[in-house]
Design a protein around this ligand. Structure first.
Ligand SMILES: [Zn+2]
Length: 182
């Protein structure tokens, strides 16, 4: 008996290691991130087309398809509203590209530009990624007191990529699509 496409009927092939796929709107704007199984269902039900494949295959009892990494919806979906990016350690690192805003070294900590002890708030505009050394050196001082300069102006991240990813680390295969409309 040939049954319909059910998510449960699709399982990863031997070399499958990807777990998530990026869904693009019909306009190629990043829309959301779903499981590869969900993306496969979109493909198999002709709701989306495959744009980029990951490594490995998914098997259903009907067919074997390459693991979807990026899929594009055939029909345009209206995005209801812009979701605000929630503030998290991981999201701050991602915004600041995992670099210390003071010295450019690898970021390991989160620093409040205006220290909390001086009334600095825990908001996007006042938090930055910093290395442990700079963070320790700066302590309770302000950037001006240190005579330092910020490599970036801390702000709420904007763009489709952020709406889509939040604080998820993007698959390198998604970069082209996330960067394009940023
Ligand atoms: Zn540093």
């Amino acid at each position: 008996m040939v049954s319909g496409i059910a998510t449960s009927g699709i399982r990863p092939g031997r070399s499958a290691n990807a777990s998530a796929a990026l869904v693009l709107n019909a306009t190629y704007e990043p829309l959301c991130v779903v499981s590869v199984r969900r993306a496969a269902v979109l493909l198999l039900s002709d709701k989306a087309e495959a744009i980029t494949h990951g490594e490995g295959y998914l098997q259903s009892h009907l067919q074997t398809i390459p693991i979807p990494s990026v899929v594009r919806l055939n029909k345009f979906v209206k995005v209801p509203h812009r979701r605000k990016v929630s503030l998290s350690r991981r999201a701050i690192f991602a915004r600041d590209k995992w670099k210390c805003v003071y010295c450019g070294g690898p970021a390991e900590t989160i620093d409040h530009v205006i220290p909390r002890s001086k009334g600095g708030a825990h908001i996007w505009e006042n938090v930055v990624a910093a290395c442990a050394r700079c963070n320790h050196k700066k302590g309770d001082k302000t950037v001006r007191e240190m005579g330092w300069r910020l490599a970036i102006v801390p702000a709420v991240p904007k763009g489709a990529a952020w709406r889509v990813l939040g604080h998820r680390t993007p698959d390198p295969r998604w970069e082209l699509w996330l960067g394009a409309r940023n």
